[in-house]
Design a protein around this ligand. Structure first.
Ligand code: KG4
Ligand code: ZN
Length: 345
């Protein structure tokens, strides 16, 4: 990245079901990175329960922040500022992180910046956790951002100039995984287990629809979810393990083909060379492999952050915040949450 080093920034993330804190510099260097996952709290409900998420954040946030400070071996006076996710996400969950960040900012006299969670995902490719980390992409780049709450294709010109080229019109890709997993009684979150089963399945077993196949960079995944539900209603839940693997592989083939096809089309249309995958779904094995092949064929350079940088974390929030602080962005104690924040806002 071109923006200069600067000091250590503490980032706090509480938009959904991870309570996270991390300390990062504007050059992407990660000094500490702590993620407390609430998955066990929500697993029995097959999805995130907003009220339970907020309560779990209340309990976890102070220990998680303390752990990030201890891991970094830094004191409050060593910090240059604070960054916190201000949206999008669950209102009650976001409020916990924002209140804690404001309290620390007030008590320690540290500059505060509210961060768009989506900017965090899009910039996570610049996080550096070790000397061997490959250099990030050149800007502008095209990014596929696919997670449990959002699915979009963006062009990142600069950290503060991000243009959304297309987005889902209904369900997010990760949401489709989670709903299909729930339908097949595979537990929550669905992505990792469906991905694992699909690795040994025959994706030609069932041909599920590919929605919005034209030139549009928008997505739709709710029809695919319904197609899987109809399949299960007609044929019943597969009785054999292989049947389950084949069904997961067939579903995954539809999602991945759509995500990869539109991402490559976007990169060509925008005339950029670098392509980035980010968000929790970027952990998907088949997505990573097929994106690699498609980018190679199209003469594009693919960048995929390590899984810890793809799924929700506070290091990406600290980095986006450190870059904003370096540009002179500041928020005061009137900072509020925006649960419906969109890319580029
Ligand atoms: O980015 P993330 O941690 O949280 C949000 O901001 O939503 O993404 C979580 C989503 C979940 O829907 C989860 O099922 C999905 O990412 N996911 C995956 C995989 N690992 C996580 N989806 C497909 N394949 C995976 N391996
Ligand atoms: Zn996320």
């Amino acid at each position: 990245m071109t923006e200069a080093g600067g000091g250590w920034v503490l980032g706090i993330e509480s938009s959904c079901d991870e309570t996270a804190a991390a300390i990062v510099r504007a050059d992407g260097w990660v000094r500490s990175d702590v993620v407390y996952s609430q998955v066990p709290v929500h697993a029995r409900y097959g999805g995130v329960v907003p009220e339970l998420a907020a309560r779990a954040h209340v309990n976890a946030v102070v220990p998680v922040v303390r752990q990030a400070m201890e891991q970094a071996a830094l004191g409050w006076s060593d910090l240059a500022g604070l960054a916190v996710t201000r949206g999008p996400g669950l209102t009650g969950a976001l409020l916990i992180g924002v209140q804690v960040a404001k309290a620390i900012s007030f008590a320690r006299g540290l500059p505060l910046v509210g961060v768009n969670h989506l900017d965090g995902h899009l910039l996570a490719v610049f996080l550096r956790r070790g000397q061997a980390d490959p250099p990030g992409p050149a800007m502008p780049f095209v990014a596929l951002l696919a997670s449990g709450g959002h699915t979009s294709i963006c062009r990142v010109d600069r950290a503060d100039r991000i243009v959304q080229l297309g987005a889902t019109r209904d369900d997010a890709a990760g949401e489709a995984y989670d709903k299909v997993a729930k339908l097949l009684a595979l537990g929550y979150p669905g992505g990792p287990v469906v991905d694992r089963l699909a690795q040994d399945g025959d994706e030609r077993a069932t041909r599920f629809p590919r929605a919005m196949r034209g030139a549009t960079l928008d997505f739709s995944f709710s029809g695919l979810k319904t197609a899987v539900a109809t399949w299960v209603r007609t044929n019943g839940r597969p009785e054999t393990e292989q049947g389950l693997r084949d069904l997961c592989a067939s579903f995954q083939a539809s999602v991945v083909e759509t995500l990869v096809g539109k991402t490559v089309r976007a990169a060509r249309r925008e005339g950029v060379r670098d392509v980035v995958l980010c968000g929790g779904v970027a952990a998907n094995k088949t997505l990573r492999a097929r994106a690699r092949t498609a980018c190679d064929e199209a003469g594009l350079t693919l960048h995929v952050p390590p899984i810890a940088s793809c799924t929700d974390n506070a290091a990406m929030i600290a980095l986006a915040g450190a870059l904003a602080l370096a540009r002179g962005v500041r928020h005061d104690l009137t900072l509020s949450v925006d649960p419906a924040l969109r890319v580029g806002m």
